[in-house]
Design a protein around this ligand. Structure first.
Ligand code: HEC
Length: 158
């Protein structure tokens, strides 16, 4: 009885290891062509996609570009950081009053940028404060946005 139990147990481990290995292999074979198409030739198209997401989808400028006396976005200081002009309906002591500069993205590593855009967690390990959104972007979108922000002039300290 015992011996056959051991045999069954061994067989299960053998099978599990086999399934694990084949999963890994298939993941690798899936990842290889995807990497080829998204890394080498895609740099400019990543930047273009990032621009589209920043300007037309996520509207980062609404908060991260300062405004002129008329309340219009001051395009000469695009994405250079701005005081926040929206206030919460109910007082919130944890409200972000300043949107930091994004042009050049000099204040952040790629990993920090990804944490912010994919999980809403800042470099200090805390959730980014409202009114900044807690984005749950997919990895490709976050990478595209970071690539675009890095393509802009200006490396501002965080
Ligand atoms: C509604 C206003 C608003 C919009 C839109 C917005 N942000 Fe922010 N963002 C803020 C505020 C306010 C902060 C400061 C938050 C804080 O102090 O925790 C911030 C912080 C950040 C930070 C720094 C986070 C940290 O913890 O250091 C990054 C990076 C950032 N935003 C990128 C972006 C990007 C990229 C977009 C567009 C995809 C965007 N933001 C859209 C308001 C906004």
């Amino acid at each position: 009885m015992r011996a056959s139990h051991r045999f069954v147990f061994g067989l299960l481990i053998f099978l599990a290891a086999g399934i694990g290995a084949s999963r890994l292999l298939s993941r690798e074979s899936l990842a290889a062509p995807a990497q080829k198409s998204s890394v080498a030739p895609a740099t400019q198209s990543m930047v273009d996609r990032g621009r589209y997401l920043v300007e037309n989808v996520a509207m980062c400028e609404e908060c991260h570009t300062p405004r002129d006396a008329n309340g219009d976005l001051d395009e000469s200081r695009r994405l250079q950081g701005a005081p926040i002009w929206i206030l919460p309906v109910h007082p919130n002591p944890n409200w972000g009053m300043n949107a930091p500069p994004l042009a050049g993205f000099g204040g952040y590593t790629d990993e920090q940028g990804q944490e912010i855009l994919e999980k809403g967690v800042g470099p200090n390990g805390l959730a980014v404060r409202q009114p900044m959104h807690i984005y749950h972007m997919n990895h490709a979108d976050a990478q595209a946005i970071i690539a675009y922000l890095r393509s802009l002039p200006g490396t501002y300290p965080h």
